[in-house]
Design a protein around this ligand. Structure first.
Ligand SMILES: Nc1ncnc2c1ncn2[C@@H]1O[C@H](COP(=O)(O)OP(=O)(O)OP(=O)(O)O)[C@@H](O)[C@H]1O
Ligand SMILES: [Mg+2]
Length: 328
């Protein structure tokens, strides 16, 4: 039974239909909780299931031939697994805003920015059409775009990467959602623009008490802005830890990510990498899926078993069996 949080994901399993009879698990098992006004960073290697988990929150798994096979998923008390289309219509884009991973490819190339913002605003069918331009300008101001009147008439190819991302965020906040899911909103942007987008997200949280799930590969970046970090590996959430305690991680995968941070490399020093490759979907090993690459591995880690997140400290959960022996 789930408690009363803004978003609660418990042991979520997402499968894809590979053929008529064959199913493949791509997320198994993911758990996370988010409270109002909280920023959670979701981090993990490519293919670990971050985007599929995000898609489950806006009900668009079906577009990728995927579906929720089991587990629990609740938003503000609403069961999203059994939600009907009419319920989704009230949630997707309205109460949960989404900045998709491909957002840097930009807003729709054949629509003006004004037309796209109008579309986002008019998701609320009762919104007066005569106020759309005023609201569009207001949204562009919130995302700190200069000369908003000009930008409304422009197309995406006329905007810089940072401006495109600001427009995508403006669309995502048009309905003042309680939660924004931002899937790698700064990948591909230069570091200064990345920092500005992060500041913008922080400001939105401060002004509107919006909760944010921020997906990234960039641990230092996530560490700076997020309250808590959820680490994903091979379809599972393996640790949840407050950002400020990241050095005290009790999962070898998190520590390996931490130690391979590029900002830790000394001049002429060598960049540390994580041994081996992450196991591919469909060939996850039994037991701990990081066991093949782990410096702390013991036989017991490789035996078939569930590895749920266990509470080991204040707001700190890990799935590592050997957490009490791990030190950085
Ligand atoms: N329709 C599908 N059929 C089969 N496999 C799929 C399908 N969609 C996604 N996958 C696989 O599911 C896994 C998780 O994909 P997902 O896009 O969620 O990863 P990710 O963590 O977001 O990676 P990245 O950091 O590269 O964005 C990947 O291995 C991907 O290849
Ligand atoms: Mg992704």
């Amino acid at each position: 039974m789930l408690g009363n949080h803004l978003l609660e994901i418990k042991n979520l399993k997402i499968d894809v239909r590979v053929t008529k009879t064959r199913r493949l698990s791509i997320v198994d098992t993911a758990s996370l909780i988010i409270e109002p006004g909280e920023i959670i960073g979701l981090i993990g290697e490519s293919g670990s299931g971050k985007t599929m988990l995000c898609r489950s929150l806006v009900g668009t798994l079906g577009r990728r031939g995927a579906y929720i096979a089991s587990g629990e998923l609740k938003f503000d008390g609403i069961d999203l697994i059994t939600a009907k289309q009419s319920v989704w219509n009230d949630i997707r884009g309205k109460r949960i805003g989404y900045v998709p991973q491909s957002a840097l490819a930009g807003p729709n190339p054949v629509m003006t920015i004004g037309a796209q913002l109008a579309e986002a605003i008019l998701q609320d069918e009762n919104f007066p059409k005569s106020d759309v331009e005023k609201r569009s300008l207001e949204l562009l101001n919130i995302v700190q775009i200069r000369r908003p009147e000009t930008v409304l008439k422009q197309y995406q190819h006329e905007l810089s990467g940072g401006m495109k991302q600001r427009v995508m965020i403006a669309c995502a906040i048009a309905q003042q959602p309680q939660l924004i899911v931002a899937d790698e909103p700064t990948t591909g942007l230069d570091v200064t623009v990345q920092a500005e987008i992060m500041e913008l997200l922080k400001q939105i949280r401060k002004d509107f008490n919006t909760s944010i799930i921020l997906v990234s590969h960039d641990l230092p970046l996530i560490n700076e802005i997020c309250d808590d970090i959820v680490i994903m590996h091979a379809g599972t959430t393996v640790e949840k830890i407050p950002s400020k305690s990241i050095k005290a991680s009790k999962h070898p995968y998190t520590l390996a990510l931490y130690n391979s941070r590029i900002d830790l490399v000394l001049p002429k020093g060598q960049l540390k990498t994580i041994n081996g490759q992450p196991p591919s979907v469909g060939s996850w090993p039994e037991g701990c899926r990081f066991s093949e690459r782990c410096d702390f591995v013991k036989d017991k880690c490789r035996t078939k078993q569930d590895l749920p997140l266990i509470e080991i400290g204040s707001n700190h959960q890990t799935s590592c069996l050997r957490y009490d022996e791990i030190a950085r």
